[in-house]
Design a protein around this ligand. Structure first.
Ligand code: AGP
Length: 362
């Protein structure tokens, strides 16, 4: 049961929360499905989504990374232009707003001060706001016009895991619901696809020993690590790097494969770990090229690919899910890599230094 606030037999909340991800996916399917197996969503939210000409996603940290994935869903499936903004930066360079903006706040805790200050500002300007949160009674949820609940159960570990995948799942449902309300023809049933994701997550959470071994092979003594990906994999590489740095204190950076030659490749030395994601067919060839470039400069490359796209040298192959939803599964081995890296370095997994679970100061 994902609603438990006890560790039970788990050594850390983070590991428990990683393991809860398939349960959370199934809970979300249940909560957003009506008796006829159609999507169930608040009519007011449906209307707000139909009326807006541009969505402005505001979030911080991991929730910002989920927003980047959500942008792809809303643009590709529901045909709505989307901007994703880091909450703390928004006020300095407030973009020129469209005629009918809708602000979507993504926040596990619903208490992040940087996001709240944007909410206060845009409410003063009279714009509508939707909060997607794991805590329905939270400040961001109370002060917005509409709320979508993540149903992930309490997330205790400072490093966010199940909230990230819940945010992505709910954003996929929101995008498809909007597309349906706009009578756009979609060949994508999110509930069915999320059920397959839940099964795939189960396979992955059973592969802990394999990931622990990869952690030993690639991250045992390193001081830094790079995550690369293109397209959807780029978004996940940002999250993989954040997870690793926040709990293992390994300096980590996620970036777009195509950006290597524009600077970062200068940092590649003998033995530098480079974790490359390859889950997208249309960029598989290009990301493989990047892997060759870093290997030629001595990198220790760990390729995580999706079934159907794998090559002999890949260290880890993910079960196949719908291409739009790969972030939900490619992140799982990255969460586990971070977990084992922190564990092997004797770091405080659930309460990393200098960090708070919810950041209530600006
Ligand atoms: C995630 O692992 C971090 N601890 C952090 O980036 C977090 O996602 C961020 O502070 C936003 O929190 P929120 O989702 O509760 O708003």
């Amino acid at each position: 049961d994902a609603s438990d606030t006890e560790k039970g037999t788990y050594p850390h909340f983070m590991l428990k929360e990683i393991d809860e991800q398939p349960i959370v996916m199934r809970k979300i399917i249940n909560e957003y499905q009506d008796a006829d197996n159609a999507l169930k969503l608040d009519e007011d939210i449906r209307k707000a989504m139909q009326e807006t000409d541009r969505v402005y996603i505001i979030a911080a940290g991991t929730s910002y990374h989920a927003g980047l994935v959500g942008k792809e869903f809303l643009e590709k499936l529901a045909n709505i232009p989307v901007e994703v903004h880091v909450a703390s930066e928004f006020s300095y360079n407030m973009p020129l707003l469209s005629e009918k903006p809708l602000f979507v706040f993504i926040s596990q805790s619903g208490e992040t001060a940087d996001s709240r200050s944007v909410l206060v500002k845009i409410k003063e300007l009279g714009h509508p706001a939707l909060t997607i949160t794991n805590v329905p009674g939270s400040t961001l949820s109370r002060e917005a016009d509409y709320t979508l609940h993540l149903h992930a159960g309490p997330e205790i570990a400072v490093a966010s895991t199940k909230a990230y995948t819940a945010q992505i799942a709910v954003l996929a449902i929101l995008a498809v619901d909007t597309a349906q309300a706009k009578n756009l023809n979609l060949d994508f049933d999110p509930l069915q696809e999320l059920a397959l994701v839940a099964n795939a997550m189960e396979v992955l959470t059973d592969q802990k020993e394999e990931v622990e071994q990869l952690t030993r092979n690639y991250l045992a003594t390193t001081r830094n690590a790079f995550f690369i990906g293109r397209s959807a994999d780029y978004n996940v590489s940002l999250e993989g790097a954040l997870k690793l740095k926040e709990i293992s204190y390994i300096q980590a950076e996620g970036f777009a494969g195509g950006e290597l030659k524009h600077g970062t490749i200068a940092l590649i030395e003998e033995g530098t770990p480079v974790i490359a994601l390859a889950t997208q067919e249309n960029v598989n060839y290009s990301i493989r090229g990047n892997v060759q470039e870093v290997v030629a400069r001595g990198a220790n490359a760990l390729v995580i690919s999706m079934k159907g796209l794998e090559q002999d040298e890949d260290a880890f192959v993910l079960p196949k899910v719908h291409e739009l939803l790969t972030p939900l599964i490619s992140v799982v081995p990255l969460q586990l890599l971070a977990y084992y890296a922190a564990l092997h370095r004797d770091c405080d997994v659930d309460k990393p230094r200098n960090l708070a679970k919810s950041v209530t100061v600006e």
